[in-house]
Write a protein that binds this ligand. Structure first.
Ligand SMILES: Cc1cc2nc3c(=O)[nH]c(=O)nc-3n(C[C@H](O)[C@H](O)[C@H](O)COP(=O)(O)OP(=O)(O)OC[C@H]3O[C@@H](n4cnc5c(N)ncnc54)[C@H](O)[C@@H]3O)c2cc1C
Length: 252
């Protein structure tokens, strides 16, 4: 693989795959680096494998960093597993495939605390652009994006009755779309119908023969590569902390 590019993205998880794809779409040449291996396994590709994968140590070792918390006083001193994907697609390759946007208030609070560009109104266009929602586009939802999102199908009668009963007896209102106006209420889950890499990294990229590094070809624009780190919510702050630098980033 040619070792030069306009951008190097370190960490091919949920964020890194999106970033690499968007940069490549803008015409840049991108090298996407991943510490873990390729995601060509049923453990990643097949919905429902998450329960098996997380409970069988030999399988977990293949795709997970194997983090544990410090001993937890409130859990009899136990160290609790803290799963994090170490594979192309990152934690997005080992997660529950439930499609849940961050809460509107969190974003607005971050913006109010000085995190410019991160209010819900600021990030909403990115949320809309990434999805292909089964009901189509609206003021709050997007269509035509790379991630197909559908409601959970084949609900059991018991699950359906549970949602109805919450509204009827506990005052928990039934809502249609928790990624829309409000997240408060009871409804069925929305599912992402793909893992991160087919949706984002794969279509226009070439995997290296020997590793999970990928290169997105594009016209060369500069000789100097810019490097962006996307190593995930545990390794990002750890690395920033160790380097002594402040983290600065904006929505993709
Ligand atoms: C078990 C589990 C279930 C979850 N379920 C859901 C769910 O159902 N719905 C939902 O929306 N979210 C879910 N999440 C959360 C979601 O998956 C994460 O928030 C998201 O994937 C984080 O994306 P990220 O890009 O920040 O990090 P990650 O996706 O973790 O990506 C970081 C990547 O960087 C790589 N990396 C780290 N260090 C280096 C380095 N030095 N060099 C190169 N590469 C490096 C890692 O190996 C990894 O591939 C779940 C998470 C877990 C762990």
């Amino acid at each position: 693989m040619d070792q030069s590019a306009d951008y190097i993205v370190a960490g091919a998880g949920s964020a890194g795959c999106v970033l690499a794809r968007r940069l490549a779409q803008s015409g840049a040449t991108v090298i996407l680096l991943e510490a873990g291996g390729l995601d060509r396994t049923r453990l990643v590709r097949q919905p429902g494998m998450i329960a098996i994968f997380h409970n069988v140590p030999a399988l977990k070792k293949r795709l997970d960093w194997g983090y544990y918390t410090a001993p937890q006083a409130s859990a009899l001193g136990r160290r609790i597993p803290q799963p994090r994907g170490r594979v192309l697609g990152g934690s997005g390759s080992i997660n529950g495939m439930l499609f849940v946007r961050g809460n509107r208030k969190n974003y607005d609070d971050w913006a109010a605390a000085g995190c410019t560009g991160w209010s819900y109104a600021d990030v909403l266009p990115s949320f809309k652009r990434l999805e292909d929602w089964e009901d189509g586009a609206s003021a709050l939802r997007g269509s035509g994006g790379p991630v197909k999102v559908t409601r959970q199908k084949d609900l059991t009668p018991a699950s359906q009755a549970f949602i109805e009963a919450l509204a009827a007896t506990a005052g928990v209102k039934k809502i249609d779309d928790y990624n829309g106006e409000s997240q408060e209420g009871a409804t069925v889950f929305q599912r992402r119908r793909s893992v991160a890499t087919p949706g984002w990294a794969a279509p226009s990229s070439r995997p290296s023969a020997s590793s999970a590094a990928r290169k997105f070809p594009g016209p060369r624009r500069s000789r100097t590569s810019r490097c962006t780190r996307c190593p995930g919510p545990i390794r990002s702050p750890t690395r920033t902390h160790r380097s002594g630098r402040r983290s600065t980033s904006a929505p993709p």
